[in-house]
Design a protein around this ligand. Sequence first.
Ligand code: 6PG
Length: 474
Amino acid sequence: MQDKKFSYGMIGLGTMGCNLVLNMSDHGYSIAGYDKNTKQTDNLNEQAAGKNIKAFNEISAFVEALTVPRIIMLLVPAGSIVDAVVAELKTLISAEDIIVDCGNSHFIDTQKRIDQLAKEHIHFVGLGVSGGETGARFGPSIMPGGDVKAFEKLAPMLNAIAAKVNGQPCTAYMGSGAAGHYVKMVHNGIEYAIMQMIAETYHLLKIHGGLNNEELHNVFAEWNKGRLQSFLIEITAAIFLQKDEDNVGLLVDKIKDTAQQKGTGAWMSQDAMATGSPIPSIDAAVSARILSSMRTERADAAEIYDIEKEQNSAINKQDFITLLEDALYAAFVITYAQGLAMLQDSSDFYKYDTDITTVASIWRGGCIIRAAMLEDIMETYKTQPDIKNILNGKKISTAISTSQKSLRIVVQVAAKHGIPLPSLSATLNYFDSYRSKWLPANLIQAQRDFFGAHTYERIDKEGIFHTEWNAVIQ
Ligand code: 6PG
């Protein structure tokens, strides 16, 4: 009797890979898994009872167990491991097979892999998955790109396993080439900024407002019922209730104030600089994580610059909370605006042909940056399809015209009391620059021409000009 064949393969059976396999199985798909680590394969095989799943430790047996053309998904750490797995697979698979990289790979690496494998008629799909472990198990947001024919083969399965919003799956084709991983990178950059701005708000509420963890929980839980409703606000509320294992005190107070990062936020900043997109809220969030890691240096500097960060006893807590809710709303929208505007420009630059309305739509559920406000953002792109930046959208501009005032006050209060708000203040500065009819860049042009004859343009006549500037004689 011929051995049973499986329609999908999954390489990498860590929590994300294992959960995606179980999710696919729930929707009627048969999956063979492969991992070198026997703990991971044993774990999946234990959960496979009564399901169309089998985990292998032998890669050739795994490949052999797949129906042809094969669809092999990878959930392994980004970087050289992906190349190593692909190199091993290449000796075992054949033309027309599809490799789907579901990790957080850099879009440039993905493009290289697409081009290299295309020479052997193997389709390589870069696919972003967001939603963490729970998302992978019960419905993530999925961002596939690349070869359309390969995508079409995957689409029914992706639609089945993705999160749903009003019955609509949170997955769609993101565009050609490495578009899937590019969109995921932008998602993560926005994630960094939103997390940072929530943390800055916590800093203000805790130090300036004097709120304890229970009050902080109540504030975030309340905010999650309104226009800030989002996954990140929701988990923040929960964090303030989590007791330490030893039951003494709350866990949040025992965690070191140094944030780690795997790099996707920094990749977005690097590409923004390379392609010319302003995303200061995200840049500031990346720098803020780096600054947080300089803990010893910060402690030394704190000894030198003993600027008071005292609680304001005269503060009306409720007014302060209301002000912060309004400021955070403006800051979140202005951050999505930067990320989506960058995505639109990059889609032209890299010729991805990404549909921004679709991106906003599939981020409404399953992913880490899912938020109620994405509904308005999606509607803005739908009703004003030629819009370059959602800040110019009708409904959004009305809301931001009001809420920007609160963001302004919050940044002032923090500056006065020496509380750092890197992302919130960068967001306000982006907004103020973006809405400025005139900026002092004429002076920069004059300076460049003065010291380097770099030329300048004029407002009163067409052309490129250079002046022999008069040096000041001392
Ligand atoms: C997601 C997340 C996830 C990412 C974490 C950690 O969408 O599910 O973006 O892909 O791994 O956010 O990223 P950092 O380690 O860079 O914070």
